[in-house]
Design a protein around this ligand. Structure first.
Ligand SMILES: C[S@@+](CC[C@H](N)C(=O)[O-])C[C@H]1O[C@@H](n2cnc3c(N)ncnc32)[C@H](O)[C@@H]1O
Length: 183
């Protein structure tokens, strides 16, 4: 199954490329098994640390286990860029804004890649996560683009939204990319 993750990783690398450079220290929040983190690190030759509430790394990346669901164990502005790649829809709605705000405490800028909530996307999410990591909570706490923007506005977060190009035209899932900063 690793090849599917790597294929997905290439789409993610294309999407985040405008925001990354070699000198930017990256925190990959909810890095999971680290396959995509490792691809990002190697592709951009950047310094990356992964963090997650679970520990199931398959790759040898720098990692810190999270002791709390809604806070990061790092100092203020320890990183330039934080990444949430397909993470926030695994987190209860009431925790999403807390964790995003804490990411903006720890990182100067944050990129969120999230899935557009369709029935197909939710079914795929359920099946893929059952295969990759049956221990993972599958909460399906997706938001529409309008609801993510509502969350940013309510928390005084400035944002720009971008489209993530599909790897092939019939790819069944659409993704949003938000580039956010504290106001
Ligand atoms: C679908 S996986 C994505 C993994 C990786 N970002 C990727 O794109 O391959 C979602 C990850 O979010 C993590 N997660 C769930 N709740 C979390 C929380 N409160 N804080 C950080 N990570 C969390 C899960 O443990 C899981 O590894």
């Amino acid at each position: 199954m690793e090849f599917t993750l790597k294929y997905r990783g290439r789409t993610i690398i294309r999407a985040i490329a405008p925001f990354i450079s070699i000198d930017k220290q990256i925190l990959d929040i909810g890095c999971g098994n680290g396959v995509v983190s490792d691809q990002i690190q190697k592709h951009f030759r950047c310094d990356l640390v992964g963090t997650d509430i679970q520990s199931y790394l398959k790759k040898n990346i720098k990692f810190r286990h999270m002791s709390k669901k809604d806070a990061l164990d790092f100092k203020d502005k320890e990183f330039y860029l934080g990444l949430f790649i397909d993470v926030l829809h695994h987190i209860p709605f009431e925790i999403q804004s807390k964790l995003i705000k804490d990411a903006l405490r720890v990182c100067s800028e944050v990129i969120i890649i999230e899935v557009k909530p369709t029935l197909t996307a939710k079914a795929i999410d359920y099946l893929i996560n059952q295969i990759h990591n049956p221990e993972m909570p599958i909460l399906l706490t997706h938001r529409t683009k309008r609801n993510w923007i509502k969350l940013f506005k309510a928390n005084n977060i400035s944002f720009k939204s971008y489209k993530v190009k599909k790897p092939i035209f019939f790819y069944p899932v659409s993704n949003y990319l938000f580039h956010i900063k504290s106001k």
